[in-house]
Design a protein around this ligand. Structure first.
Ligand code: PGA
Length: 237
């Protein structure tokens, strides 16, 4: 694994045509890269993206996995299946899954465990809501999210600090606010640490300088080729 990591979370966006052209562009622009690049398309587009990236050192990631290992769970996709089709990473506990699908501690811990059992690298998302930032309880809250997830016992893991109030809003914490959380995570864990939440071409320059920060988890800007490329450049500069 390279030292720096850049993950594109395409969420439930795109179609065959647009995702093919994104993947083509990233393979052309980022081949020979000195960073771990991970593209996370929605499940129906895994094979399309995988075919494009397979000769490059860009990696495939999933946005979620089932908390069950296998069997009669209609609509679910298991860690074993993700590993089978060539996924290397899996995002777990994203705030949108916590909010819209009510994912919580125990279920997230089961997912981390199943990811590890299938040799997938878990990317655990943690982060506070705005009210916890305002009432000052955010550090304890984040600490508990990390401790209850089981990620601390995993050797190969990534933790993404994504303050809920910054995701998709264009609002970015100050660098020292991100640094405070990154610093706390680095004292708890040897996992790679990412920042996510409205990362763009401009703001990534300053955030990339934060001590102990290993990269970014990028949503909206990862669907815009030039902006994602600018983020990549800032991460490596
Ligand atoms: P955003 O999303 O970059 O669009 O804020 C980040 C994320 O949801 O991981």
């Amino acid at each position: 694994m390279y030292r720096k990591i850049l993950i594109a979370n395409w969420k439930m966006n795109g179609n065959s045509e647009s995702l093919k052209s994104l993947a083509d562009y990233y393979v052309n622009m980022l081949t020979g890269q000195q960073a771990e690049i991970v593209l996370c398309p929605a499940h129906p587009y895994f094979s399309l993206v995988n075919d494009i990236i397979k000769e490059s050192n860009i990696n495939l990631g999933a946005q979620n996995l089932s908390s069950f290992p296998k069997g009669s769970y209609t609509g679910e996709v298991s860690g074993e299946m993700l590993a089978d089709i060539g996924c290397k990473y899996v995002i777990i506990g994203h705030s949108e899954r916590r909010k819209f699908f009510n994912e919580q501690g125990e279920e997230i811990a089961r997912k981390i465990d199943l990811a590890a059992q299938n040799n997938l690298i878990p990317v655990l998302c943690i982060g506070e809501e705005l009210n916890k930032r305002q009432d000052g309880s955010y550090l304890n809250f984040i600490k508990e999210q990390i401790e209850t997830s089981g990620i601390l016992t995993q050797k190969n893991a990534v933790i993404a600090y994504e303050p809920v109030w910054s995701i998709g809003t264009g609002v970015i914490p100050k660098s020292d606010e991100i640094a405070e959380v990154v610093n706390m995570i680095s004292t708890m864990s040897k996992a790679k640490i990412l920042y996510g939440g409205s990362v763009g071409g401009e703001n990534s320059r300053q955030i990339a300088d934060i001590n102990n920060l290993d990269g970014f988890l990028v949503g909206a800007a990862s669907l815009r080729t030039e902006e994602f490329y600018a983020i990549y450049k800032n991460l490596l500069s």
